[in-house]
Each structure stands twice: as C-alpha cells, then as structure tokens.
Design a protein around this ligand. Structure first.
Ligand code: B12
Ligand code: SF4
Ligand code: SF4
Length: 304
C-alpha cells in the first residue's frame, strides 16, 4: 500500500478521524485575504492572529522544510437543539463535549509516529487551532470541504460542524483533489447572524461576533447586546446551524466527541452560584475551561 493510503486508513480507522486529506505546504493564496482582513482592523480583538499573520499563510514558516500538510477533521454535528427553557442559557455545540484540542492532537502525534515508521527521517509538527496556520484554507486545499460564506469549512455530507487538525511534515506526499462544491446563491448564514458580524460573504468581523465577545480574552460583550446574544453565554452556532449543509438527517457526533447532555442547556441560577472551583469542575475536560468563572459571570450579566 502507498504511504498515503496507509496513513489514511490508520487515521480513519484506528484513530477514529472522520476526514483525511493531504495538501502541499506551498504558501496559501488566501494569505492575501488574511492581510486585508487584518489591515481592515478585524483582528483588533485577536492580537494573536494579527501578530502571526505572515506565518499563518505559510506552512513552511511553521516547519522548516515542510513539503506536505496532512489534514484531518472530526465531526460534531448531530440533532438540532431543543427550544431553550426559560432562565437557561446555551454554550456553543463544539464546547458541549471533550476538548477537541487534546483529542485531535493526541491522534496527530500517533499519525506522525506512524509516518516516521513508514518514511524514516521525516519530521513533523502537529497543529490544532492554536497554531499560527490558516487551518480552513489548508483543509480546503486538502479536499476536506469548501470554505463557505460563513467562513466555515464545510463538507458536503458532514456539514460545517467539523473540528480541524493538521500534521505539517517534511515528507513529500501526493496532494488530494480539491472538492468542486460551494454555496451557490445561498446567503442563509449572513441572514441568520443576529449581530451583522458576517459583513459580506467570506468575511467575519470578530468585533461584532458573539463567539469573540463571550470567549476571547481581549473582547467583551458590549452594552445593550442582551437580545442579540440569543441565549449564548459561550460561543455561538447561529450561522453554522442556518447552513443547509448542517441539516443532513443522519448526522451524529464522532463518538470520541460524544455530547455531554448536561451541557446542552444550563440553568442561569445554577451558573450564578458557581465559584471558580465549581466552574472548573463543570468545565473540566471541555473547551469551556478556556474562560474563568469571572468571565462566565460577566457574560451572564450581559444576558440578564
Ligand atoms: C480566530 C478564530 C476565531 C474568531 C474569528 C473567526 C473567523 N472567522 O476568522 C472567532 C472567535 C470569532 C471564532 C469563532 C468560531 N470559531 Co474559530 N477559530 C479562529 C482561529 C484560531 C483562527 C481563524 C483565522 O485565522 N481567522 C482569520 C480569517 C481571515 O481567516 P479565515 O476565517 O480562515 O478566512 C478564510 C476565508 O474567510 C477567506 N477569506 C477571508 N477574507 C476573504 C474575503 C474574500 C472576498 C474571500 C473570497 C475570501 C476571504 O480566506 C481565509 C482562508 O480560507 C481558527 C483556527 C486556525 N488556526 O485557523 C479557529 C477555527 C476557525 N474556529 C473554529 C470554530 C469551530 C469556531 C466556531 C464555530 C466556534 C463557536 N461555535 O463559537 C465559531 C464560528 C464563527 C465563524 N463563522 O467563523 C474551527 C472551524 C472549523 C470549520 N469547520 O471551519 C477552527 C478552524 C478551529 C479548529 N481547529 O477546528 N473563531
Ligand atoms: S458565530 Fe454567531 S455572531 Fe458570530 S458570525 Fe456566526 S452567527 Fe454571527
Ligand atoms: S448558509 Fe449558505 S451561504 Fe452560508 S455557508 Fe452555508 S451554504 Fe454557504
């Protein structure tokens, strides 16, 4: 079996990933859009993006001598949310489960070890979210899906509820074919966003985005945003859930990222009682641990 086929069957079989593809490590054409996006001030609340914008578009700056990027994804889409009971709030759907950073990273490490067994001398470096790489552009180049007007990476059958990871490597692997699919004339995500954060197709302004307001350390919920928060105390799914590709009938989360049902809707009164230790216990092992209880309470005040 060719090396890339061995890696694919290991990633999709033993490691339990949902998607696998290979991109070349050449600089990305999308880095021009990223520079424009930063120049327009969109990264004002995301200094870590602005500070690394040059590296983000170039995998070879992330790993010297890189020739390929192995891209994987795990799906977390499933049944739609039940109506929110009164006096309850929501956290984003990606956060109601095991932290994908750890789940995907550990699998990328095993994939890297297998790569070295197959091609001795190969160097590799894993990346999940926090690394300075344009992950969606790489995933699209590796044929995992297409970048939609919501800016999400969307697979035609698994939808936009995907979490991404990459193994940047010096190994020369044959690139996968890109998908020839797109949004067409649809604009549902732009219409569904309650804050106008999708200012035009493919452009998100984080300064207007609920996910940025409620999670990012350099941001905060602005005054008077109560109704626009739409019940979200951490993250936001509205543009993602509006997408017709998110409505496939048999979608279910990857079992590695099974939904923790008790995080589907949270009683405001119970959250308000939590001190830092109580919040840490509730958030343990999930992406929710990204914020402190002080931030949780500030977000809750904005929803009152
Ligand atoms: C910063 C960040 C955020 C910020 C900013 C998001 C944004 N759209 O830029 C905030 C906090 C708002 C955010 C929110 C969310 N995030 Co986030 N985030 C990131 C992070 C760390 C960097 C993204 C980045 O570089 N943004 C800068 C912009 C310019 O880059 P981009 O959006 O990828 O831009 C592409 C297109 O928009 C296009 N483009 C840009 N401008 C223009 C202009 C034109 C005219 C054209 C044609 C194209 C174009 O070029 C780019 C390359 O494809 C990535 C991880 C990573 N390292 O990539 C995760 C990541 C994008 N986030 C992720 C997730 C899951 C989310 C949320 C769903 C979480 C939630 N439920 O609350 C929301 C989704 C909101 C949304 N619609 O994007 C996933 C997305 C997976 C997927 N299927 O796409 C990622 C990849 C993390 C991961 N490893 O899985 N996030
Ligand atoms: S995550 Fe929410 S606020 Fe941000 S762009 Fe999507 S719908 Fe708008
Ligand atoms: S909602 Fe429509 S326009 Fe937005 S990403 Fe999905 S298919 Fe594209």
């Amino acid at each position: 079996m060719a090396v890339v086929d061995e890696l694919r069957s290991y990633a999709l079989g033993e490691l339990g990933c949902d998607l696998f593809g290979v991109a070349s490590a050449q600089p990305l054409v999308e880095r021009a859009a990223l520079s424009r996006w930063c120049a327009d001030g969109h990264a004002a609340d995301l200094p870590f993006v602005a500070d690394t914008s040059v590296v983000r578009g170039d995998p070879q700056a992330f790993l010297a001598g890189a020739r390929s990027v192995v891209c994987v994804a795990m799906a977390y889409g499933g049944s739609s949310d039940p109506p929110l009971p009164s006096d309850h709030v929501r956290v984003a759907r990606y956060a109601r489960r095991r932290d994908y950073h750890a789940a995907i990273r550990s699998r990328l490490v095993r994939l890297g070890q297998r790569l070295v067994q197959l091609l001795p001398g190969s160097r590799w470096r894993p990346a999940v979210d926090t690394a300075p790489l344009l992950e969606r552009a790489l995933a699209a180049r590796a044929g995992l899906g297409f970048v939609g007007k919501s800016t999400m990476l969307i697979h035609p059958y698994l939808g936009p509820e995907l979490l991404l990871g990459e193994l940047v490597t010096t190994a020369a692997l044959p690139p996968s074919a890109q998908l020839d699919v797109g949004c067409g004339s649809c604009r549902r995500c732009l219409e569904a966003c309650p804050t106008g954060a999708l200012t035009q197709p493919f452009v998100l302004d984080p300064r207007r985005c609920i996910a940025c307001w409620t999670i990012e350390p350099h941001s905060a919920v602005p005054d008077g945003a109560r109704d626009r928060l739409s019940g979200y105390v951490f993250g936001c799914d509205l543009c993602v859930l509006a997408c017709p590709f998110a409505r496939r009938p048999r979608l279910a989360p990857n079992p590695i990222l099974a939904t923790r049902q008790h995080l589907t809707a949270l009683a405001i009164a119970e959250l308000e009682r939590l001190d830092e230790a109580g919040w840490r216990t509730l958030a343990a092992g999930t992406p929710l641990r990204r914020i402190t209880s002080a931030r949780l309470h500030a977000n809750l005040r904005a929803l009152r």
